[in-house]
Write a protein that binds this ligand. Sequence first.
Ligand code: TRP
Length: 463
Amino acid sequence: MSNRGGFSDRLGFVAAAAGSAIGLGSIWKFPFEVGSNGGAAFVLVYVLCCFVFCFPIMLAEVAIGRKTHKNAVGAFGVLGFKQWSIIGKLGLVSGVLILSFYNVVSGWAFGFFIEIMRGNFGIGKEFSTFISDIPLMTTYSALFMVMTAFIVARGISGGIEKATKIMIPALFVILIGLMLYAFSLDHALTGLKFYLVPDFSKITFKVIYSALGQAFFSLSLGMGALITYGSYFSRDNNIVSSSVIIIAATISIAFIAGLMMFPFVAYISQGTMQGVGSGPGLIFTVLPGVFESFGTTLGIIVGGSFFLLLSFAALTSTVSLLEVPVAYLVDEYKWDRQKTVWGVALFIFLIGIPSMLSSGASPFFTEFITYLGATKATDFLTFVQHIANDTFLPLGGFMISIFTAYYWKKENLDAELTAGNEGYANSWVRPLVHIAVSFVCPIILGIIFVLTVLDRFFGIALV
Ligand code: TRP
């Protein structure tokens, strides 16, 4: 274990795991999911999913990692359940798929940062031209992958931990500043009302499964990222309280991102909230126009901060995604860490090319697939998100709960959660976690998983 490296302290682990969690999911995806799924109703379901389903699975993942000091695949073998390493293998596939498109969107964010710093506010209106400009997108996403690999290559405490300990606090500060600024704009209240007043009639099955997918994705669960990070965590630290902090930080950031975003949308739409459901382009098309209206200097400061924030958030997440396959190859095949990092980064960059082409550059990837019963084609990038984020992650979470409750056994989970947290054995959390991993997670996640697949890919809506 000594030559694997590890986090230097509890804060290092929390910063890295929160960094993994807080990312494009909270700042880019969350506001547009809220916008297209009924505002506050979605927010409530999301928070509920985080605590009811995700918290117990987070505990299980970190405990499995820390107990074994192994990567997402190897950990199951060390526990004596080699056949269950299928969970880790599915996780590797999900991670590679997620990083492949995530890096493309991170490239957009980074590209917007550069453009806004140059005073090019028109970039919002040219969003679709911009993201189908292949030479430019190749450059930005390659650059982003290089930054990611650079951090991961420096190891756990010297790379990932150091980078996240700087970037996460910076991100909090920038985001709070932007939120306060957004509050001062005209129509801010209209935006906040859209965001915060729930309309329960909007809660449909689609809202529930989108919120669940969003919860898994934003907490980096279901694919062994936290098994991997947990494997670098020392046994005298408290997993339960660390997990609560990670979840609270992620929900807060997503929530604050909404508090900033909806006043911005209200301001630019003059209170009509037009365009709020515009999907993935939301922050990219809406915000540059907002920044432009502040005048050049202020616009560059506010807009530059925003896209820098988004790039930071993305970077602390891409490092966690890259670390999963790297840890696997280094642990299991004794590959050289440096070479593995750069090799895997290149491989995933290449896998991301179809996603890069799917925003207009290639008609084939742009209209990649039409689900049964759907009227519109889905592009490749969105398709990968549907497969990896919304399907594989909940499936991974489902399997982790079954594995933990019925194979590894609750007593072993308890023992690992008690290490570094003496009070756990008698705390009220313990029985709740037992009920969650044994019944609530497997049953509800299993049902939602089946219904989601039927609904999304086959157009069969049972509820
Ligand atoms: N949680 C990150 C986000 O919200 C994305 C991410 C990083 C992730 N690592 C992950 C998602 C592992 C699932 C699994 O932006």
